[in-house]
Design a binder for this molecule. Sequence first.
Ligand code: SAH
Length: 522
Amino acid sequence: MEQQTKMIKPGKVYLVGAGPGDPGLITIRGKYLLERAEVLVYDYLASPKLLKHVPKNATMIYAGKKGGTKHTHTQEEINQMLVDWALAGKTVVRLKGGDPFIFGRGGEELEELAKAGISFEVVPGVTSATAAATYAGIPITHRAYTASVSFITGHEEPGKENSNVDWSKLATGAGTLVIYMGIKNLPIIVDNLIDNGRDPKTPVAVVRWASTPEQQSVVGTLETIVARVEEEAIKPPALIIVGEVVALRDTLDWFEKRPLFGKRIVVTRTREQASELVASLEGFGAECLEYSTIQVEALEAYDILDEELERLNEYHWVLFSSINAVQYFFERLYAKKMDARHLKGPMVAAVGKATADFLLRYGIVADLIPAVYTAEGLAQSLLDFGVEGRNILIPRAVKAREFLPETLRGAGAQVVVAPVYRNVPPPTGKEDLRAELVNGKVDMISFTSSSTVTNFLSMIDAANQEELTTLLSGIKIAAIGPVTAKTVTDNGLTVDVIPEAFTIPTMVAAIVAYYENGPSKK
Ligand code: SAH
C-alpha cells in the first residue's frame, strides 16, 4: 500500500518594522509581507492604518505594550505565540513600532525563535528617533554642529546602581542625544546631563507622536525643558532630542508649519472619488476623516440609454455633468460592443474640467466646458451657442435636478434624459462619524455635491434641528459651489468656505486660504 505523507509547509516569522506612525513610512518589503501575512501580531505603536494591508482572513493579534500600562500579553506569551503559529506552518508577521532592533525587544523575540529552530527574517523600519528629528525640522547630524549621535533609553532610572546607561560618559560623549521612553524620568535625565558637564543652555526638543497628525513639539534648553513639558502636559510616546542641532528647527520646521496641520476634516465623497480631495488636503497637512456618504451603483436596466445609443448619430449634443455619468455611460456603451467612435457625430460637453479630463481617458476631447462649472454654467454656455431644434442627450443619475433639461427644453431643444447610475447611501460608518462629532474632534466638513449634504445629514440622523446645530457647533463647512451651499443653508446650517471655481483644487485652495487668512477670505 502506498504511504501518504502529509507535508506541512514550514512556518516562518517576519519581524517587521512598522515605522514611527505615519503609515507611509513602512518599507516596501514590510508592506509586501503584510499583504501576505496569515497571522499578524502587532503592537500599540504600530499604526492601525497599516492593518488594512493585511488579508481579511488573517488572524490578527494585538500584543499591547503601551508604556506604563499593563501589557495585554507578557513578553513570554508573545514569544510562545510566535513559536506556536510558526510550528503550525503559518506565515507570521510580527509588526513592531519603529525599527524592531531599536529598543523594541526584537532581538529577544528572535532568540526564542532561533532556540525553537524556527526560520525568520527581519525587516528594518524608520525608527522614531530619526522620524521625530526629521518631522520636527531637526537634522540629527549637521557638519556645523555635530558629527555624532547617541540613541539612549530613558526608561532606566538614571543613577540606578546597575544601570546600563552611563550618563557621565554620554552627557558630553556625543553631540546629539536622542532619548527614548524618557518622559517620566525627564527631570532626572536633565539633572544628570547638567551634573555631568553638559551646558545647561543646550537646546532640547521633546516630540510627541512624531510623523502623525497629532505630532506636538516643545522646545527649550536643559534648564527650561522640564517646565515647558509640564506646561504643555506632554505625555508618552515622546522622544527627547538634546543638542545644538535643535536650534535649526527655527529655520527648518516644515511639518507642523503646513497650513492645515492639526486640522481634522471630514471628507464626504463617493469612495471612488475621495482620493483626489483627500490627497491634496493631506498634502497641506490636514487629517482627513473619510466617510463615503454616497455610493454609486450601476442600474439593473438601461432601457432609455440602450434605445438612444442606437441613434447616437442623430444627436447634436451629449452632455456629461459628472465623472460618474461618463464612467457609467461608457461602461454601457462597451457592454453593447460599441466604443468612442460612435460619438463622432454629436458634440460633447463636460460640466467642468474634472469631467473633461475624465472623458479624455475614454478618448473624447470635450467640445465645450463652461466658464462656470455648474449645471447653470453649462446651460448658459449652450444657450449662448444656440440650442433651438437641437437633439440633446443627458446621461446622468436617476435622481438629479431638472434644471438643465428644463432650461434647454425651454429654449426649444429636444432633450432626452438617460439615467446611467444611481446614488445609494453606504451601509456603514454612521456610529464612527457621530462619535467624532460628539467628541468635538472635527474642524471642518467638506461637501462636494448636494447629495453628499443630504446623505451626510441622514447619516448623522439628528433628532431635530437643535440637536443638529449642537452636533455641528464650532465645525466649519466647506461647499464646492453655490448649489451645494444652498443645500447646506436650506438645512439651517452656515457655509464658511465656497471656492471661486467649482473644482477640487480650487476648493482645497479656498480651505487653505480660510485657515491662513481667516473667515473674511472666502
Ligand atoms: N522600536 C521603536 C522604539 C520602541 S520604544 C522605534 O524604533 O522607534 C518606545 C518609545 O519610542 C516611546 O516611549 C517613545 O519614546 C518612542 N516613540 C515611538 N514612536 C514614537 C513617535 N511616533 N513619536 C515619538 N516617540 C515615539
